[in-house]
Design a binder for this molecule. Structure first.
Ligand SMILES: Nc1ncnc2c1ncn2[C@@H]1O[C@H](COP(=O)(O)OP(=O)(O)OP(=O)(O)O)[C@@H](O)[C@H]1O
Ligand SMILES: [Mg+2]
Length: 345
């Protein structure tokens, strides 16, 4: 577990003035959990990362790993305790003249671990990151995602309790990003790690984070467990997470339609449609008003998730909609093949 308490960081500028970059940061990452730190450029994410990895000292406050304050150590004790925190960098930062196995071995050699133990540990680590056959490859012979996994193996070499990842997936393609995120989740569970993920990518957060802290201007402006943020109507992060979730969920198997209310639309229209079409009707967004005697006016974006059928009859859907006063414009019918469309719209 890592506990960040009342952490502040000041830098002195050329004119002697002091810039307060981080202001009273409080954050706890329990064992076996992933906390994402998000925030706009210049918010202070990398500064926080440097403090957590003990590369820089806080101006105020402390960083505790399993109850032990590491933020004010120096010399030999700092070097010893730094092992508790493994860092993964943006561009994996492997040494290019050394093979994957030699890169992973570096922290162990530095500690003077005997050769046979190093070999054994390197093999374990290559297995742990899913690259058992790549030990003899040079970084230039590996893909970006594989290099990043070797970087993770190296970060794990000294059995850290905390893994800090500063933009470790930025620059990777979506598939490699997914592989890295799956690996981080596996490591969280297997080694009960506290993982801190600094990222500006919201879909990364949505995929792996158990908790989120948002920083802006050096301050935490929102923090909490993902499920709580998502359930909180006034949460900015919750809103961002949900809209992404929706976009992702509506894949080829869903028919997305923009509905315009033509008047006399019953207020329980989605229930009616749901029954008639044997579908779950997801309301993705709406701007609807009730005018006069209770009629609804406006527009809504919905996704139909059809149950028990792999054939979508768009004409039937359109008819059912117009019957209750809704005009539909289908957004993704091009994604449905001829067979699914059956009767062209
Ligand atoms: N050594 C330093 N001296 C003075 N100011 C600094 C120093 N390092 C960072 N800053 C300032 O701290 C602020 C936060 O920088 P930081 O690199 O932590 O941002 P970030 O959130 O990582 O942004 P990005 O998403 O662009 O990487 C910036 O305004 C920067 O100018
Ligand atoms: Mg940064």
């Amino acid at each position: 577990m890592i506990e960040i308490k009342n952490l502040s960081k000041n830098y002195t500028l050329a004119d002697g003035s002091v810039a307060r970059i981080l202001k009273n940061i409080n954050l706890t990452v329990p064992d076996r959990s992933i906390t994402a730190i998000v925030g706009p450029s210049g918010a202070g994410k990398s500064t926080l990362s440097k403090l957590i990895s003990l590369l820089e000292r806080p101006s105020e406050g402390s960083i505790l790993v399993n109850g032990k304050d590491l933020s004010h150590l120096s010399g030999e004790s700092l070097r010893a305790e730094r092992r508790a925190i493994g860092t993964i960098f943006q561009s994996s930062a492997l040494l290019h003249r050394k093979t994957a196995a030699q890169n992973i071995a570096l922290p162990l050699e530095y500690l003077g671990v005997v050769k046979s133990d190093i070999e054994k540990r390197v093999k374990e680590l290559l297995d742990a990151v899913g690259l058992p056959d790549k030990g003899n490859y040079y970084p230039s012979q590996l893909s970006g995602g594989q290099q990043q996994r070797i970087g993770i193996a190296r970060a794990l070499a000294l059995h850290p309790q905390v893994i800090l990842s500063d933009e470790a997936t930025s620059g990777l393609d979506p598939q490699s990003t997914q592989t890295i995120l799956r690996l981080l989740k596996k490591l969280r569970d297997e080694f009960e790690l506290s993982i801190i993920l600094i990222t500006h990518e919201m879909d990364v957060v949505r995929n792996v984070a158990d908790s989120i802290a948002a920083i802006r201007d050096g301050k935490i402006v929102e923090q909490g467990r993902v499920q709580d943020l998502v359930a909180n109507p006034s949460s900015d992060i919750g809103r961002q997470l949900i809209s992404l979730r929706v976009a992702d969920a509506f894949n080829k198997r869903h028919l997305v339609a923009e509905l315009t209310y033509g008047g006399n639309v019953p207020s329980n229209w989605s229930q009616i449609l749901s029954k008639q079409l044997n579908a779950i009707v997801h309301l993705l967004g709406a701007n609807i008003e009730q005018i006069g005697g209770g009629n609804l006016y406006g527009r809504a974006l919905v996704g139909f998730e059809f149950l028990h059928t792999d054939r979508v009859d768009i004409t039937a859907v359109g008819n059912a909609l117009s019957h209750i006063g809704l005009h539909a414009e289908f957004k993704n019918n091009a994604d449905f093949n001829e067979n699914e469309r059956r009767v062209a719209v």
